[in-house]
Ligand binder design. Structure first.
Ligand SMILES: *Cc1c(COP(=O)(O)O)cnc(C)c1O
Length: 424
């Protein structure tokens, strides 16, 4: 048996994999036609026909609504903007609490702070990495207004249970489905069961427009408020005759014509791109079967996983070495696994409670009606995963084929055959 690359042996994968690239001649032609038209964005920030944007914006939104099976799709210039718009659109009040997952990208929770509402962290399920409905329920207080879930890594949270819980407590549900476009949950697309949900279109996701995002909702009122927040609400509401002025502070969250023209082509490719990730992930799971102390992804009942990330867990007690040593060994073999995801409750903004200005607003103000706990220890499942057991492989980082998967499996098997070299 050859020595591990970490210890001076040969690398299993000496040449890095090619970068994932979903962009081709279709997107080039679509972008070119917009450029030739000379109209790169047709939005007007006043109450006018062009308040809703130009032809490509409208066509992309029409197609996305049809594709995802929702009444309304609203494009935005990033999914971060989409999350901010969603929190505003549900009519959040300053000081309202929103229960959110710590196992997500930071923007999921900062969107809440941007309206002076208070993020409250619940813990995740150790197998699916999504919010655990029982933990959500424990965090509900008289001040809770909404639940912000994330369909993390590519599979839907337990939406039936979460929507039922929300209905019992009169809460709104927002779904950050940035990583799971095209994932199914009980026959419907992830992101579409919440009161408002949506997808990121940034460069790193399954499909992208460079930067961008798309919100989905079946609620006419929410859709209107999303459109208003996207495009200078405060100057539009008067002429449009909007009676409810809550959170009608607008932004410029508009996505351009070029991006939407590209988005139309990308949406048409989504099913194929998702199927290719699923087939690669299935082969990887097959190849890794039988490796002691390694847990491959667990897919919940009645749903599909689109593998934005292929998540795994290491059992240090079984392996006799640490997760970090295993990651070092795999990285050295040429498999770029990551050993951390996120524990966003531990970010400085929450640990120091410094957000707006320097004096602790909103936590130190009257709008925050109770002391909210952000100390390490509040999310034991998410913390243990990050500190000791989680390991992920970014399936949307590389342009992989089945022979690449074979080499990844070979690298894992080499490391597992040499575990004694990693024990000190
Ligand atoms: C990518 C991502 C975002 C942010 O999306 P942008 O389009 O980059 O603003 C938010 N939440 C999650 C879970 C993400 O993966």
């Amino acid at each position: 048996m050859q020595a591990l690359a970490l210890l001076g042996g040969p690398k299993t994968i000496p040449v890095p994999f090619r970068r994932y690239n979903s962009i081709g001649p279709e997107e080039l032609a679509a972008a070119k036609s917009v450029i030739e038209s000379g109209v790169l964005s047709q939005f007007l920030g006043v109450w006018h026909e062009d308040f809703y944007g130009g032809p490509k914006v409208r066509e992309f939104e029409r197609r996305a609504a049809e594709y995802f099976g929702v009444k309304h799709a609203v494009t935005v210039n990033s999914w971060t903007s989409g999350l901010v718009a969603a929190i505003g659109a549900i009519g959040i009040e300053p000081g309202d609490e929103v229960i959110v997952t710590p196992w997500t990208m930071s923007a999921t929770a900062t969107a809440i702070l941007h309206w002076n509402a208070i993020p409250v962290f619940a813990d995740i399920d150790p197998e699916t990495y999504n919010l655990d409905p029982k933990s959500i329920e424990r965090q509900i207080t008289p001040y809770t207004r909404a639940i912000m879930i994330a369909d993390i890594f590519g599979q839907s949270a337990d939406m039936e249970e979460i929507m039922a819980l929300a209905a019992r407590h009169g809460l709104q549900v927002i779904s950050d489905t940035a990583q799971a476009p095209g994932a199914l949950y009980k026959g419907r697309y992830a992101g579409t069961r919440a009161h408002v949900g949506g997808y990121s279109l940034n460069y790193h996701k399954h499909i992208h427009t460079g930067e961008g995002g798309i919100l989905v909702t079946d609620d006419d009122g929410i859709a209107e408020r999303l459109q208003l927040i996207r495009n200078h609400a405060e100057v539009v509401v008067g002429d449009k005759g909007v009676a409810n002025l809550a959170n009608m502070l607008g932004y410029n969250f508009r996505l351009g014509e070029i991006e939407c023209a590209i988005g139309i082509e990308q949406l048409a490719k989504l099913a194929g791109l998702v199927a290719s990730r699923q087939s690669l992930a299935a082969a990887l799971t097959d190849g890794l079967r039988g490796l002691a102390g390694l847990q491959t992804p667990v897919v919940g009942q009645d749903r599909s996983h689109v593998y934005y990330v292929y998540p795994m867990q290491i059992d240090p007690a079984v392996l006799g070495t640490t997760r970090d040593r295993i990651c070092d060994a795999l990285n050295a073999e040429g498999v770029a696994v990551s050993r951390h995801y996120q524990n966003i409750h531990l970010l400085p903004v929450y640990q120091n409670r410094i957000a707006y200005g320097s004096k602790g607003f909103p936590w130190t103000s009257d709008i925050c009606r109770r002391q909210v706990d952000y100390r390490k220890g509040i999310c034991p499942v998410a913390e243990k995963l990050n500190d000791e057991t989680y390991m992920g492989f970014g399936m949307c980082v590389y342009d992989l084929d089945h022979s690449d998967i074979d080499r990844i499996v070979e690298a894992f098997r080499k490391v597992w055959a040499n575990l004694d070299q990693l024990r000190t």
